[in-house]
Design a protein around this ligand. Structure first.
Ligand SMILES: C[S@@+](CC[C@H](N)C(=O)[O-])C[C@H]1O[C@@H](n2cnc3c(N)ncnc32)[C@H](O)[C@@H]1O
Length: 348
């Protein structure tokens, strides 16, 4: 287990150098051909791939000829999965491996700047502030968020199916707070043409989005730079959607993010928080994945994956007027759920 870091590092090299797409799906390529195509020297490439083969990623048959397995062929066919794996490899895992020394230095802190990420990168910036000043890594991260949502372990289809979007009034406004590349909102916009959508994120993300969507803008989607710790700038929307935002923050910051929404809420407005939930009991593999995500949240942002009860408590701390109405799930994804809190100005 101590060496398992190289499961991740070898997989990281495979996706970083785009090896899945360099091996023909119906044939083979030699190490020397792959070295030439990828630009990685043959000796290192061979050793990396032979390690990856132990994890059933590629196989060698006959000697020095590399072929696909089901796993490597999946990577060739699913660029979205590779985008997310690249985030793990390039952005997250340097922080993940620093967890032991970070906890030795900071054994009990909730500070966003005393994390394994800070130790790994030698920076005093929070994870997201650091991404803002590293544009290549920022782009890599944003593509990965779209990748995990479109082809990875956190499909946004779950959010589209779990919540009764059709029951919202015609012409509803939905604000996707921390919406990254707007991938969720653009899919939802296709299904609900009467709604209008605002995607909010940090300036660097929105700059890139505006540029990318210049040619073919989606009619009812707009993009806006907004720091979600500041007072919400779009008032009177029907829905404020936070997908995978709270799990990146310690409790107090989550409460601050929710409180920053309050001045914009009309009575009946909904805050929807879509998150993984830490199960009480589940299949072993699902628990492992949740535990892995939980430790990554600890390593990068001093946060945690929370149980349903812990998420519910965050709404109550933000305001007694936020009434947790319902928790939505789809039967085929017990890992994810959408918490719906409705703002009731008569409460509290
Ligand atoms: C884990 S990603 C989730 C992205 C998207 N909601 C999804 O589900 O794919 C968290 C997002 O929050 C954004 N974010 C982080 N800090 C922020 C802040 N202070 N204000 C606004 N957005 C922020 C990040 O840039 C990132 O896009």
């Amino acid at each position: 287990m101590g060496f398992a870091v190289h499961d991740a590092s070898s997989l990281g090299v495979v996706v970083e150098f785009g090896i899945p797409n360099l091996v023909p799906l119906g044939g083979s390529a030699t190490y020397s051909e792959l070295s030439e195509r990828s630009g990685l020297d043959e000796d290192r490439l061979t050793r990396i791939l032979r390690y990856a083969m132990i994890n059933f990623t590629f196989r060698e048959e006959p000697a020095v000829h590399v072929r696909h397995t089901a796993l490597s062929a999946h990577l060739a066919r699913a660029p979205a999965s590779c985008d997310f794996l690249r985030v793990l490899a390039i952005v997250s895992n340097p922080g993940n491996v620093c967890l032991p020394s970070a906890l030795r230095r900071y054994p009990s802190t909730q500070s966003l700047t005393q994390t394994a990420h800070n130790m790994a990168r030698g920076t005093d910036d929070t994870f997201y502030a650091w991404l803002e000043v590293n544009p290549d890594l920022r782009d890599n991260f944003d593509r990965g968020m779209e990748g995990i949502s479109r082809g990875g372990q956190r499909l946004q289809d779950t959010d589209i199916r779990a919540y009764p979007w059709h029951a919202l009034p015609e012409g509803s406004k939905v604000v996707d707070v921390g919406g990254s590349k707007g991938h969720f909102v653009r899919d939802l916009a296709e299904l609900h043409s009467s709604f209008s959508f605002v995607v909010q994120d940090l300036p660097r993300v929105i700059e890139v989005l505006l540029e990318e969507n210049k040619q073919s803008p989606t009619a009812n989607v707009t993009y806006q730079s907004h720091n979600f710790f500041d007072e919400q700038s779009v008032s009177g929307a029907e829905v404020y959607f936070l997908r995978h935002v709270l799990h990146n923050h310690p409790d107090q910051e989550c409460v601050d993010i929710l409180k920053a929404l309050l001045p914009a809420l009309k009575s009946g407005a909904r805050i929807l928080a879509s998150e993984y939930i830490m199960p009480a009991q589940e299949e072993l593999i699902l628990i492992l994945l949740r535990r892995q995500m939980d430790l990554m949240a600890m390593a990068l942002v001093n946060s945690k994956e929370r149980t349903k009860v812990e998420y519910s408590a965050l709404f109550a701390r933000a305001s007694p007027k936020l009434v947790l109405e319902y928790i939505y799930q789809v039967p085929d994804d017990p890992r994810s759920c959408i918490f719906e809190a409705i703002y009731d100005d008569q409460c509290g």
